[in-house]
Ligand binder design. Sequence first.
Ligand code: ZN
Length: 318
Amino acid sequence: MIKGAFFTITGMVLSIGLCIAPSKPTQKQDTSNTATQVENNPEVKLKPSVVLSGQANLTPAEQARFLLRKIYLTGKVGSELPTLDPELEKRVGQKCLISRDQLRAYLDRNHITEWEVGGNIDLPVSALTDANGNQTFAKYMVIHDTSFPRYEKSFPSNINDDSWEWNRLNRWVANVTHLFINRVGDSKTMTPFQESVTATKLERFILGEGATKGLYLHIEMIQPRKYMKGYGRGNDVDSPTPGFTLPQYKRLAELYTVASVRKGEYLIPAFHACVDSGIKYAHDDPQNFELPKFFAALNEVWADMEKPAGGGKKIGSE
Ligand SMILES: [Zn+2]
């Protein structure tokens, strides 16, 4: 590609596609299929700013449920709180007992370099430092979809293959996230986990960057979008089904675990749209995210990382 075209695409990513770019207002809000269980779940009445600033005094598992509610078309957040996987429910917000040696051995076994998973695993994650110099390490891992590239009529048939040009990670150059994960399960660090990135409207405009900088890790999962009739010209409302591939969930689970090992505590996973819910022009990502696939990937990764050294056989077993 010629240099000019390269920068044109970079500019498009920054101005149109990425989920952190300003959203265009759409003509109608999708409220179909939204469970109406607000009365039974008082947490869902809370504002994200109240939850994420700690004022709501929710447990980490309660926060995870609040922040992983289903995202409907145009970013409408469902009112039904999801059920967490029992293992995640047990671990979220608690001390992470996976050692750096176990993590390092896992990465070696799977031929994954540190630079593919957020940088030097000996370092901690980013932190917010207050006026007295006290540090609070990152609490939330925010899951995004790139909402880019955008197609007008249909998705190419090869979006989940190596051959799709946007699965080439060198095409992604906007430093607006910690990592990108492509649809074949490879990832690229844009900002190492020990450094801070701001990528939500809540951080920027509601809580204020100074109050939250460093508390969020951001992961962009590559997902193209396309036009959907009835939502205005140039919209990018439609997304592929399924929204993400199994290798993408696996890498997301690995990144979540790497960050949790580096913090020494399991972070709280969150969807971008849940974090920014209620803010004008809030984004609609991630679309078509399937929690059961993410939970299965977490359990697979944890079982592999935590298996005893020496091929997984326990002492005394055959
Ligand atoms: Zn986003």
